[in-house]
Design a protein around this ligand. Structure first.
Ligand code: ATP
Ligand code: SF4
Ligand code: MG
Length: 366
């Protein structure tokens, strides 16, 4: 297996996404689904990609599995540009990289039995005789918590959770080394979500599969990911080790997403009104001249609307794209500033920092 050793970081990089851009439409209606997106995924890790609906997560996953062609930038897998692969190398890539989709029903052919769906990839890649492929299919059904009797059923004869298990078995059938999991649990009942996430986690560890785990729920991404990148309107705004991101998020958008997590341990921490996400994601049509979060950011200044922030290093492995991150951090996001007029929250004992107060035109004091 070719190793891609990054001499700078000393890491074994399996997937490298560089300056990826993907647009839809043209002229004034041009939509930037991905706008200069870069990140790398180390061999063996689970990399979480998180953000609100419409920020470009699925588009990113689809470009990586080559269901979409990018407008610019590149995706390298084991050092090779995946959109330039031809012949056998291209076929090998389609085997090594598999995707688990958001909607398990729409992603399974309704006219095929689950057994045939799981066997399809193995047949295409000639992974043994028909008897061997059938044995492997039965093995996979059991591995994902189904049983061999399920092989003759059609997708509509399964529950949502069972269908997603079948989708996982199909993805695993061809022994992939990299999985793109696109919100694999968002269409499922809460009670089933934990089962599927636990199944994915144990299979990834057992089979040593690297994965990109896409979700809009930060708490789920934390549970499953080693590192996390936060996306907003087609751009990565912050990335870090999962624990670092949860304990020391710097970008106002990440902090707002964290404040929205309905977990007791997260709710208990100090959350002032400026950490609460206001309004909806703006239209992605046209390219923001400045920071794409500026229209919703309580700390935005005129410069934020005119200059795109570049990725800066907060600490090793932790990057952020925000013009004001240092200043905001020093001021504890306005909480300790005696002149702060948008938030008079103080660090005094007994003050309820969770309160949500009336918001007028809030701006960080200059
Ligand atoms: N084939 C397409 N044609 C036109 N626009 C598209 C197409 N696919 C995606 N888009 C647009 O690109 C943007 C990003 O879409 P994408 O599906 O990647 O978002 P997402 O982050 O996966 O959202 P969700 O969490 O709702 O799945 C959206 O504005 C979407 O409408
Ligand atoms: S660059 Fe400006 S608008 Fe963007 S997140 Fe930072 S402070 Fe807010
Ligand atoms: Mg999506």
């Amino acid at each position: 297996m070719p190793e891609v050793y990054d001499a700078h970081s000393g890491e074994d990089i399996l997937v490298q996404v560089q300056n990826l851009t993907k647009t839809f439409g043209s002229g004034a209606e041009k939509l930037y689904a991905l706008d200069d997106v870069s990140f790398s995924i180390r061999r063996g890790e689970t990399f979480g990609l998180v953000g609100e609906s419409g920020c470009g997560k699925t588009t990113c996953g689809r470009v990586i599995v080559r269901l979409l062609q990018p407008d610019g930038g590149s995706v390298r897998f084991e050092g090779q540009d995946i959109h330039r692969l031809r012949g056998q190398e291209s076929k090998n890539y389609t085997r090594k990289v598999q995707m688990i989709f958001q909607d398990p029903y729409a992603s399974l052919n309704p006219r095929m039995t689950i057994g045939d769906i799981i066997k399809e990839g193995m047949r295409i890649h000639r992974m043994g005789s028909e008897a061997e492929i059938t044995d492997r299919m039965h093995e996979l059904l059991e591995q994902v918590g189904l049983n061999r009797e399920h092989a003759s059923r059609f997708p509509y004869e399964f529950s949502g959770g069972q269908r997603q298990r079948a989708g996982i078995a199909r993805a695993l059938a061809v022994n992939p080394s990299f999985l793109v999991c696109d919100e694999p649990i968002s269409a499922l009942d809460v009670s089933i979500q934990a089962q599927i996430v636990n199944l994915l986690r144990s299979l990834q560890k057992q089979l040593n599969i690297t994965s990109l785990f896409i979700a809009h729920d930060l708490s789920m991404v934390r549970y499953i990911s080693d590192r996390v990148a936060v996306m907003y309107l087609g751009r990565i705004v912050e990335s870090a080790e999962a624990e670092e991101l949860y304990s020391s998020a710097v970008h106002p958008y990440t902090r707002a997403l964290l404040s929205a997590i309905p977990e007791p341990q997260v709710q208990d921490r100090e959350v002032c009104e400026n950490s609460i996400l206001q309004g909806d994601v703006p239209s992605p049509i046209g390219r923001a001249q400045g920071c794409s979060f500026a229209p919703r950011c309580p700390y935005a200044t005129p410069a934020c609307f005119s200059h795109i922030p570049v990725q800066e290093t907060v600490s090793p492995g932790h990057t952020v794209a925000c013009h004001r991150w240092k200043e905001l951090l020093e001021n504890d996001y306005g909480k300790n500033d005696p002149n702060c007029f948008f938030c008079d929250v103080r660090q005094e004992a007994g003050v309820n920092l969770n309160r949500v107060r009336n918001k007028n035109s809030v701006r960080f004091p200059k």
